[in-house]
Structures are given as structure tokens and as C-alpha cells.
Design a protein around this ligand. Structure first.
Ligand code: ADP
Ligand code: MG
Length: 204
């Protein structure tokens, strides 16, 4: 365990939790339009629990830290998104070595997406959080590792969920009436990606 690693893990959790808490009402409003209006509340509850665990989580090496974050999200977020974001972070933890390189991180991100797809039986284009996660990871895999470019891609991808018709999740019950609204999970994914990028820019 390095002091730097502990500080970085704390900063990543703090920044991610902050943006989720600041945007909880917006996420809830998005979910009111095409779901049941709990996405902001769900995510807030989950990230408050991660913050409450942070002193125990941050000293752990990356794999255990990420597994711990994922397990807390599964237990506390609830809804459809809790198990999916939980699977994402738990798989990252399973796939990463203790001292990950950038290549290791990109490989682990792809494995985490594959696990989320399997869990939710969803594909890109179904108007879910995958519609942000997949294009962002594809851009990284293509060799564009610029952090501002990553944030831009996440933002554009979340906006691009508006014209989609939902095929998975509660929004799919609305059929064509889901068209014209941004997917809540896509928005929360883009917010988390922006928060992570801000922290990484400071250490880069
Ligand atoms: P619930 O839909 O159970 O109320 P949330 O409101 O917390 O759960 O989360 C809704 C979000 O979960 C959606 O906006 C979508 O991004 C994501 N989602 C739902 N079902 C799936 C799925 N099968 N695969 C991927 N993401 C999904
Ligand atoms: Mg909901």
C-alpha cells in the first residue's frame, strides 16, 4: 500500500460521490420521465455508503478496493442499476493486478462491460448505461487516452441516448414514449466518468 494510492482512491470516491450527490435531483427527474423516479435517490444512497466505508476501503490495494466499492453498490443502490454498476466495479477489481498499467485498466474496463452486458442482457443501442460505457471504452481501446476527450465522448454519448427507444429496463415499458428523453443511467455514468477524469488530470 502506498500513501499515494490511498490518497488517489479517496479522491476518486470523494469526487464521484460529490457529483452524484450534486446531480441526484437531475437523475431523479430523468428517471421520473421514463422510469420510476428513483435513480438519483438510489445512486445517492449507494455512494453515501461507499463514502461511509472509505476509511476501510481506501487502504486496500486496487483489486480489493474496487471489489469493495462494487459490493457496497450492489447492497445499497438497489434497483436495476445497483447490480449493474456493482458488477462493473467488482469485475474491474477481479481483472486488475495490484499495480495496474493504463493497458491493464483498459482491458479490465472491457471485461467489466462484458460482465454488465451479460448481467443485464443488454447491448449498446438499448438506451442504458452501456450506451455511455461502451463508446468511452472503445475510444480508449482505439488509442485515444486523452482525458478531456474521454469526458467529451461520455457527454455526447449520454446526449445520444435521447432519440433511442428503450429496449431494456423500466423505460422499455414505455415503448416509443421513451424516445426524446436521456437515459438516467447513461447520465450518471457520464457524471462519474467526468469526476474520475478530473481527479486523474490532477495526478497525471
Ligand atoms: P430501476 O430501473 O430498477 O428503477 P434505477 O432507476 O436505479 O433502477 O436505474 C435505471 C437505469 O438502469 C436505466 O436508466 C438504465 O441505464 C439502467 N438499466 C436498466 N436495466 C438495464 C439493463 N438490463 N442493462 C443495462 N442497464 C440497465
Ligand atoms: Mg428507477
Amino acid at each position: 500500500m502506498t500513501e499515494q494510492g490511498v490518497a488517489l482512491r479517496k479522491a476518486l470516491v470523494a469526487a464521484t460521490a460529490k457529483t452524484i450527490l450534486e446531480h441526484a435531483e437531475e437523475l431523479t427527474a430523468l428517471d421520473q420521465a421514463i422510469g420510476d423516479g428513483d435513480h438519483g435517490i438510489n445512486m445517492k444512497r449507494g455512494f453515501e455508503a461507499v463514502v461511509a466505508d472509505l476509511d476501510a476501503l481506501a487502504p486496500k490495494p486496487w483489486p480489493d478496493f474496487l471489489k469493495g466499492v462494487g459490493m457496497t453498490l450492489v447492497m445499497k443502490v438497489g434497483g436495476a442499476s445497483g447490480p449493474l454498476f456493482g458488477t462493473f466495479f467488482m469485475t474491474l477489481g477481479k481483472e486488475l493486478p495490484i499495480g495496474p498499467t493504463a493497458d491493464d485498466v483498459i482491458r479490465a474496463l472491457r471485461a467489466a462491460i462484458v460482465a454488465v452486458q451479460a448481467r443485464g442482457k443488454a447491448e449498446p443501442g438499448h438506451k442504458t448505461l452501456l450506451d455511455v460505457l461502451v463508446p468511452v471504452v472503445e475510444q480508449l481501446e482505439a488509442g485515444n487516452r486523452n482525458l478531456d476527450g474521454m469526458v467529451q465522448k461520455a457527454h455526447e454519448a449520454s446526449e445520444a441516448t435521447k432519440p433511442l427507444k428503450a429496449i431494456r429496463g423500466r423505460a422499455s415499458f414505455l415503448g416509443d414514449r421513451s424516445i426524446g428523453h436521456m437515459d438516467p443511467g447513461a447520465r450518471s455514468s457520464a457524471l462519474m466518468i467526468a469526476a474520475v477524469a478530473d481527479v486523474l488530470k490532477e495526478v497525471a
